[in-house]
Design a protein around this ligand. Structure first.
Ligand code: AMP
Ligand code: ZN
Ligand code: FE
Ligand code: FE
Length: 281
């Protein structure tokens, strides 16, 4: 089984990178990608805990925004960590998430919801990428709801009055950065409409022109019809299809390897990187 999109407590997942490795090995995954939001801070711990039986693909899920303000997540896999331009953009996004969180909190406080930046930061592992899930965890800790999901449904979804965007590159820019760093770019859950507005079918052409290598087709947030449509788009545009769990530990109901990538698609994807960077124990 191949699972190409997972999170740890280096962003908004709840397992440490070593716990993720252990769980993935135990669940029979043969190839696992680590893709924390806008960060590669979990790469070393995950690599150090790898054991024979599973290969590790190092990556990151890069937050992007189109010119029209649509949120897009771009998976960058197998890129060179020494590429400074890419690291600078990730650092800038991580920094901007603090000011953005403060603005969300002001809006909530103005609406009478009592929550503070200190309470949110208490939910964050040291050095982790700050996100709305940490705010949700702080609200759960205060008894405002039972789970992250409930908080997102009521208060934190993309169409809520409390939603504030943060600086992010356009999808095309993120693809160019990933490619310049020798990696492969796969657009994550492009039709996950529950999260907010999604990109049009036409925009995939622009992403492929920028160098897009694959489309995440098999994901819990896509319906059967959307999977058929995305498979068609991938075939028409000559890019690969992936599938993944988007695992977040106990932060989401997603189970490891609940959706997977076919081996032929993975091999073709890996061959598009400029060097062999898969980590083996
Ligand atoms: P942010 O990067 O701060 O905008 O937060 C986005 C993250 O919040 C996503 O990566 C998901 O992990 C999580 N998320 C988004 N929508 C929901 C939802 N409806 N329920 C639970 N978690 C969500
Ligand atoms: Zn997440
Ligand atoms: Fe995502
Ligand atoms: Fe994700």
């Amino acid at each position: 089984m191949i699972d190409l999109h997972t999170h740890t407590n280096v962003s908004d997942g709840t397992d440490s990178p070593s716990e993720l490795i252990n769980k993935a090995l135990a669940s029979g995954i043969k190839i696992l990608a680590l893709t924390d939001h806008d960060s590669i801070a979990g790469w070393d711990e995950a690599s150090a805990h790898l054991r024979p039986g599973m290969d590790l693909v190092l990556g990151s899920e890069i937050s992007c925004q189109t010119e029209d303000g649509i949120s897009v997540h771009m998976l960058g896999l197998l890129f060179d960590r020494g590429n400074q331009e890419l690291q600078d953009v990730l650092a800038q996004t991580r920094d901007n998430r603090y000011g953005r969180m403060e603005r969300i909190i002001v809006r909530m406080n103005d609406a009478g919801i009592e929550i503070s930046m200190e309470e949110v930061l208490a939910q964050l592992s040291e050095g982790a990428t700050l996100g709305r899930p940490h705010l949700a965890d702080a609200m759960v800790a205060k008894g405002l709801a039972k789970s992250r999901d409930e908080i997102f449904e009521k208060w934190l979804h993309n169409n809520s009055p409390y939603y504030v965007a943060h600086y992010s590159p356009t999808p095309e820019r993120a693809i160019e950065l990933i490619k310049a760093a020798g990696g492969v770019a796969v657009i994550a859950h492009p039709m996950a409409s529950l999260r907010g507005r999604t990109v049009s079918v036409e925009s995939f052409t622009s992403f492929v022109d920028a160098g897009l290598d694959g489309i995440e087709v098999f994901h819990r947030d896509h319906t059967a019809d959307q999977r058929v449509l995305l498979t068609q788009i991938a075939n028409d545009l000559g890019v690969l299809r992936t599938g993944s769990s988007d695992y977040h530990g106990s932060g989401k109901i997603n189970e490891l390897a609940e959706n997977t990538t076919e081996i032929d698609q993975w091999l073709a994807l890996e061959a598009r990187a400029d060097a062999r960077r898969v980590v083996r124990a």
